[in-house]
Design a protein. Structure first.
Length: 364
């Protein structure tokens, strides 16, 4: 399995950029606010913009090396690039858009046409023109065309940014299949936390052209400084196995490494492994375990760190080798006398877990 290794510096006009990370099989998300340098970095990987120094390689294939003066042309890099807009040929059918790279004589197919059509659910669309497709369908065709060009790497530049919520939910399951079944490293640019939480295995956070945090997505999410710019959407990712399902109340029971947790979701079934996103604003703390309350999840946690800013305090909490985050007012922290190292209880409503970011799979 090839992996992408990036260690470069350069600029786009007056905008400086420096990046150092590795992307293996699965999704590596480039996350940051608008203007952080995500698309600039993608262009340097694709070869449409050249770094000044450093090295880019996919496995044993070197795409750019300033010391060796290697700078492969974009068409020689064997990279599939999917843009924010699908950029399909309007006069061609879906079938001919998919096979364009083949019958134009550019590359040899790397995987069967039928396999790609099945992977992305394109069978019923093959004879239609792009103008008759929804935004989500057009993006699925664009991804299929990129796959059929036999890439060693896929670059997806905010492929869902032009879609409304319904269309985003339509295409996300296909992106999950792409991640799980393609066997390719995928670099996915986004500024939407729910997409990153659901799709990514590795997270690279960019700010003002620099990588400020990188690593396994749950680890970076859970650090107070890792994704602090998320504001109201800041939170953490926790993982566990579904142990039970109550069909009457639509509640799933999850083992988080020894701690019980409940979630309202009809997709979860016993035996599934699940990754959940819990927003910091949805976590409350108590000095003592409460009784006779409606909140279903009460977890014993240890306060790892407290970071104060303005009227609020961001808290890092550990339990069962996992991490939660809580956002409280500074006054609440003061009134409770909370300090790092103390044992308290975290309270999370079963209905407050972010279902749109949920990632699950059969088996462990």
């Amino acid at each position: 399995m090839s992996e992408l290794v990036v260690s470069i510096s350069g600029r786009s006009g007056s905008f400086p950029l420096s990046a150092d990370f590795t992307a293996s099989r699965g999704v590596t998300a480039l996350f940051g606010h608008s203007g952080a340098g995500k698309t600039t970095l993608l262009k340097m990987i694709a070869g449409t913009l050249s770094p000044e120094k450093g090295r880019i390689a996919i496995g044993d294939t070197v795409l750019f090396d300033s010391e060796s003066r290697i700078n492969a042309a974009p068409e020689k890099r064997h990279i599939g690039y999917v843009f924010q807009d699908a950029r399909l040929f309007p006069h061609l059918s879906v079938r001919h858009n998919l096979t364009y790279a083949l019958w134009a004589g550019r590359r040899q197919a790397g995987r069967p046409f039928a396999e790609v059509v099945d992977l992305l659910g394109l069978g019923s669309l093959l004879e239609r023109r792009p103008a008759t497709l929804s935004g989500g369908e057009r993006q699925r065709v664009a991804i299929g065309r990129a796959l059929l060009s036999n890439p060693a790497l896929l670059l997806l530049d905010e492929p869902l940014s032009s879609l409304d919520h319904a269309r985003r939910q339509e295409i996300l399951p296909y992106l999950e299949r792409l991640r799980d079944e393609s066997g390719l490293p995928i670099v996915y640019v986004s500024h939407e936390i729910d997409e990153v939480a659901r799709l990514a295995d590795t997270l690279v956070v960019l700010s003002e052209g620099r990588v400020v945090a990188s690593g396994p997505v749950a680890e970076v999410f859970s650090r107070i400084d890792g994704i602090g710019g998320a504001g109201e959407d800041a939170g953490a990712l926790i993982e566990g196995h579904v142990t039970g399902w109550d069909p009457g109340y639509r509640v799933a029971f999850i083992d988080l490494g020894g701690e019980a947790f409940q979630v309202v979701d009809e997709k979860l079934r016993p035996g599934m492994h699940v990754r959940l996103r819990v927003r910091a604003r949805d976590v409350s703390l108590a000095r003592h375990a409460p009784e006779a309350i409606s909140i279903r999840n009460v977890l014993p946690v240890r306060i790892v760190a407290i970071s104060e800013s303005g009227a609020f305090a961001e808290m890092e909490l550990s339990f069962a080798a996992q991490v939660l985050r809580a956002r409280l007012t500074r006054k609440s922290v003061a009134d409770l006398g909370l300090k790092p190292g103390e044992e308290v209880f975290a309270l999370v409503k079963a209905v407050s877990v972010d279902r749109s970011s949920m990632r699950f799979a059969k088996g462990g």
